[in-house]
Design a protein. Structure first.
Length: 336
């Protein structure tokens, strides 16, 4: 499978956010040795004012987010220096906290919309989102980052439940086609887009098929989410486009069995999911999927990263020898 990317956002005080260039480059070297070939991250605006803004009222508040953005850019450069392809996750309408206004704010539904979000049906809000996108891409390009992919979400961070923004997936796709992609291609002419279906329901999938029928040259394909399950749809995604998986690896194989729902993100220690990952990759092979974007929140899912890399190269492998290989390498265990 060609796409073997780890989506490891540096945020919320996790390992990636607190590591420096040399620590992350050493980690990227290990990932590459396993078979990972890409790294993607996210610039989370929820607790920051616009670091590129000019309002003198926020001149002091811009210092910290700008440092954080420079740090994230440095991590991308560390991955680039190890020969990994680079991706950037983009959320549709999450904005900096100084840009949120009562008039332009998104309509929030509990458990459905996350973050400081603006409503895409407001022209002024739409322009803020486009400006933020251009500023971030320019910041990366000027720093020497060579982006290969944009990994696009629709909800989780992002969303608006007002009537004017419905249907939401179609609204976001229109934003991309008309406003964002021309800007992205101007700065990164070769860049491709993977649209992720995380928190997208079955009824909304038809809008992706409409997009595929329009045959945009900048589209790489769909990044299908199986959520917290091992089930994947048998979608008809035809060449030149491909289907890949948005794969959550920061919980254990049985984390969502009754009574274990909080067993994720390292709350109970290491997250290990060999059975779940073996099942998913064999299903991917059967259905013609071409790799994954594996979402990690830190160091607790380290084994899972190794398994993703190995299984993406050969989904028919038995997982037990892979776990044994990992333990020999990092813990010096014997063959048993």
């Amino acid at each position: 499978m060609k796409l073997r990317t780890l989506y490891a956002p540096a945020h919320f005080g996790n390992f990636y956010e607190l590591s420096n260039y040399h620590e992350m480059r050493a980690l990227f070297r290990e990932w590459k040795a396993w078979g990972i070939n890409g790294y993607s991250t996210w610039f989370n605006p929820h607790n920051a004012v616009d670091p590129f803004g000019k309002d003198p009222l926020y001149r002091w508040a811009r210092e910290q987010p700008l440092k954080a953005w420079q740090r994230k850019r440095t991590l991308l450069l560390a991955a680039q220096d190890e020969g990994l392809e680079l991706g950037l996750c983009v959320t549709p309408n999450a904005v900096y906290i100084d840009q949120l206004t009562p008039a332009g704010a998104a309509t929030v539904r509990e458990g459905h919309t996350t973050g400081p979000d603006l409503c895409l049906s407001h022209p002024a809000s739409r322009q803020v989102i486009v400006t933020n996108f251009v500023n971030l891409l320019r910041f990366l390009k000027e720093g020497g980052v060579r982006l290969s992919h944009l990994d696009v979400a629709f909800r989780d961070w992002g969303g608006c439940d007002c009537a004017a923004c419905a249907p939401w997936v179609q609204t976001v796709l229109t934003l991309w086609e008309k406003d964002l992609m021309p800007e992205a291609l101007r700065l990164f002419p070769e860049i491709k887009v993977l649209f992720a279906t995380w928190w997208v329901d079955d009824a909304e999938m038809k809008y992706f098929h409409d997009l595929l029928d329009r045959k945009p040259s900048w589209l790489d394909g769909l990044n299908i989410s199986c959520g917290y399950t091992t089930k994947l749809p048998a979608l008809d995604v035809r060449p030149p486009y491909r289907k890949t998986v948005f794969l959550h690896i920061a919980f254990s194989s049985d984390s969502f069995a009754p009574g274990t729902e909080d067993d994720c993100y390292g709350v109970r220690g290491a997250e290990v999911a060999p059975v779940r990952l073996q099942t998913i990759f064999r299903t991917m092979a059967d259905l013609g999927y071409d790799g994954c974007l594996a979402y990690s929140e830190g160091i607790y899912d380290d084994l899972n990263k190794c398994l993703v890399a190995r299984l993406a190269q050969d989904p028919r492998q038995e997982v037990r020898p892979l776990v044994a290989e990992y333990c020999r390498r990092y813990f010096g265990t014997d063959a048993g």
